[in-house]
Design a protein around this ligand. Structure first.
Ligand code: HDE
Length: 718
């Protein structure tokens, strides 16, 4: 399949040649970076066969010097990530609210590059950390690059950018011993957040299953801040951005996440890569909540406060276009590592608000690229280069690629014919929304930011019982890892302000008393001269309802596309059972893998050879969405009482995954997971709690019921 390329159009011919992708053909000879052919790449230059190496060996020195400098500083946050290319296409013109050209024409495809990431861990850390996921999209629009640098959660820990270094210092590994890696379950994180009541809403999200997604392809994305859309007439609307995954929103369970971190720390990266290689292109719809300026103050919270969301029931999400990721990067470093996102990369028709977190980010992202990518010319790296032409009077700097012609690098000029000229107000240039500001210069926070618990409670109230249980378990796990008792108590006290049952259950797990009556929440962020009446006691201020859109259990579950299903089969497996299951699952879009006692091949009862994808000894249940034990006496016997097979089935059951067994395999499954089929032998397909069992002749019905259970993802009623 021909891969679409982003081709630089604005560089002169010579630099274009230098920037082209290089691929070593079979005829190409090895050269130095100066283009000199290399005769021998095995040995350094020596004074005699057994003599010392010579300093003169420019070939060796060039190679080692380049190697020594292969790493650039990893991102201070979001160091661990994976990226992909694709395109975005709007459904209809959005001209009534924005003049952004890429949102006007349903026929227009805009190339994108997306990078998903975790926040806290180092570049080599596990994908399955309990963490927010970054969801950063670079749109290469005809009017310049627009970066939507969001997360998979709609709110953030803090309200003001001033606190970001503190938050990140607290969550990263502790400075004295650099422990723990990619985990928030330690004292400094909980010390900080328990002193920052504004974090409470985000903590609810982080302790929910949203923090352990099944796949990057199965998580929502959010712009978090309130942005502006501005139309041709200069009219502004507030806008909240959303990404809605077409595969639904799914997570793993915490015990699974812990195991995946060992079994396959690249789980999410591999999943994204494989889906795209297999032609299963991940898709998201871009959603917007559009709020007229006149409604700015009608919500009971401040639209500028990034610890708040606008419930979808209050302002519905309009789906305005679709993003498809259809090409893996050619080179991880050149693209995924060197891509430089920036919330300040916007195009005409989109603008900022005064959200104090967003305002701080507007400074931070360019600054971070200067250190990470080594200078001010990072926009010239191919992955960062806009498709729109660049013309300005900026010159020089480290690693400059563009070779500017002519004498004038200033404006106004007459020597260069006045070029490049300003677009001017009547043309296509960026015009900032002329927001009226009449204010005193102060270092303060608005009173409208001081309701920290209403939306935390809204989130809690909107969860299903099982989701609530998972949140309780996550708080308990994390806080149990804190060594300082005062931090645990302080956090439980904060939780009591959200919900008494939540606080009580966490307190019980930690062996603590629930604070009653509520003690004021401590606010470490309170300035020394602050008015205590403003800060404490902090209590729920607004009526709390529910918002079903906040619960993953309410997300649609109607497809098994790309779910990984393991079929346990050994020599002598029944042909009908393996063929039917494979064919029906693949037809519905699932990814089917054969797990056998050994690697290589198995032979079916009719003598067909089937390739084995996973040997039992190196497989693990946590790498699959569902497991099925196939029929055929010799095959079933190979798994019966096999400790690893039993472990896999038991674990899958404990992780609430769909399971199936056919014919003779039924008793093996029953034995492993300790359940009996209610009507075993009744001639009916048994289907309870996501476990499907039946006779060999019912294989089609079993497959059908199994697929319905896989679509439900997890079965919490066990
Ligand atoms: Fe970032 N953030 N951030 N952030 N952020 C970075 O920029 C920063 C925030 C987000 O895949 C850094 O290039 C500040 C919120 C993503 O390359 C840095 C503040 C949201 C990524 C930075 C925030 C994000 C970053 C580090 C508080 C969700 C990864 C490397 C004021 C809306 C992008 C880099 C990628 C990366 C600063 C808060 C999302 C240091 C100062 C809120 C997805 O510039």
């Amino acid at each position: 399949m021909a891969k679409p390329r982003i081709t630089p159009t604005h560089l002169n011919e010579k630099s274009q040649r230098l920037d082209a992708h290089t691929e070593d053909s079979t005829e190409s000879l090895m050269t130095t970076n100066q283009g000199v052919r290399i005769n021998d790449d095995q040995n350094t230059l020596k004074a005699g066969e057994r003599g010392p190496s010579l300093l003169e060996d420019f070939i060796f020195r060039e190679k080692i010097t380049h190697f020594d400098h292969e790493r650039i500083p990893e991102r201070i946050v979001h160091a661990r990530g994976a990226g992909a290319h694709g395109y975005f296409q709007p459904y209809a013109s959005m001209a009534s609210v924005t003049r952004a050209q890429f949102l006007q024409d349903p026929a227009k495809k805009t190339p994108v590059f997306v990078r998903f990431s975790t926040v806290a861990g180092s570049r080599g850390s596990s994908d399955l950390a309990r963490d927010v996921r970054g969801f950063a999209v670079k749109f290469y629009t005809d009017e310049g690059n627009f970066d939507l640098v969001g997360n998979n959660m709609p709110v953030f820990f803090i309200q003001d950018a001033m606190k970001f270094p503190d938050l990140i210092h607290a969550v990263k590994a502790e400075p004295h011993n650099e422990i723990p890696q990619a985990q928030s379950a330690h004292d400094t994180f909980w010390d900080f957040v328990s002193l920052m009541p504004e974090s409470t809403h985000m903590l609810m999200w982080i302790m929910s299953d949203r923090a352990i997604p099944r796949s990057y392809r199965m998580m929502e994305g959010f712009g978090v801040h309130t942005f502006r859309f501005v139309n041709e007439k200069g009219e502004s609307h507030f806008v909240k951005f959303h990404w809605k995954p077409l595969l639904g929103v799914h997570s793993v369970v915490w015990d699974e996440a812990l195991q995946i971190s060992g079994q396959d720390p690249d789980f999410h990266r591999r999943d994204l890569w494989e889906a795209i290689e297999n032609g299963e292109f991940p898709e998201w719809e871009l959603g917007v909540q559009i709020i007229p300026e006149k409604d700015e103050h009608k919500f009971g919270f401040d639209l500028l406060d990034p610890t708040k969301l606008v419930p979808e029931e209050t302002v519905p999400v309009q789906r305005i276009g679709k993003m498809t990721l259809n090409r893996n990067p050619d080179n991880f470093f050149a693209e995924t590592e060197q891509v430089a996102f920036h919330v300040g990369h916007i195009v005409p028709g989109i603008d900022f608000t005064n959200d104090p977190l967003l305002q701080g980010r507007l400074f931070s992202y360019t600054d971070t690229q200067l250190i990470r990518l080594g200078g001010p010319n990072f926009h010239e790296i191919p992955i960062n280069r806009p498709l729109a032409e660049i013309h300005n009077n900026q010159r020089d700097g480290a690693m400059r690629q563009q070779i500017n012609r002519g004498r004038s690098s200033y404006h106004p000029n007459s020597l260069g014919g006045g070029c490049p000229m300003q677009a001017g107000r009547d043309m296509s240039g960026f015009i900032s929304h002329a927001e009226r500001i009449d204010a005193r210069k102060i270092r303060e926070r608005s009173d409208s930011f001081f309701d920290h618990f209403t939306q935390a409670a809204l989130f809690w109230n909107s969860q299903s019982d099982r989701e609530k249980q998972n949140i309780v378990d996550a708080f308990s796990f994390e806080l149990s890892k804190c060594e300082t008792p005062a931090i645990r108590s302080r956090m439980v006290n904060t939780l009591a302000h959200v919900d008494k049952i939540l606080a009580r259950q966490v307190a019980m797990n930690l062996g603590l008393k629930v604070p009653d009556p509520l003690e004021p929440v401590q606010n470490g962020g309170m300035p020394a001269d602050g008015d205590p009446a403003r800060y404490a006691p902090l209590l729920i201020k607004n009526p709390v309802g529910t918002s079903l859109a906040l619960s993953m259990d309410h997300a649609p579950k109607n497809s098994i596309k790309t779910r990984k299903v393991g079929l346990l089969a050994a020599d002598g497996v029944d042909d009908a059972s393996i063929e039917t299951l494979k064919t029906m699952l693949i037809a519905a879009g699932a990814v089917v893998k054969i797990i056998a006692p050994q690697a290589g091949h198995i032979t079916t009862s009719a003598g067909t050879t089937v390739a084995v994808d996973f040997a039992l000894f190196s497989a693990s249940s946590v790498l699959f969405d569902a497991l099925c034990l196939l029929d055929g006496s010799p095959s079933v016997a190979a798994f019966d009482l096999h400790p690893k097979a039993r472990l896999m089935l038991q674990e899958a059951y404990r992780h609430f995954k769909p399971l199936a067994a056919i014919g003779n395999a039924v008793t093996v499954l029953q034995g492993a997971i300790g359940i009996a089929a209610a009507g075993a032998g009744s001639g009916k397909v048994e289907n309870a709690k996501g476990v499907v069992m039946g006779e060999a002749k019912q294989v089609k019905e079993i497959a059908k019921a199994f697929m319905d259970e896989i679509a439900q993802h997890r079965h919490w009623n066990r």
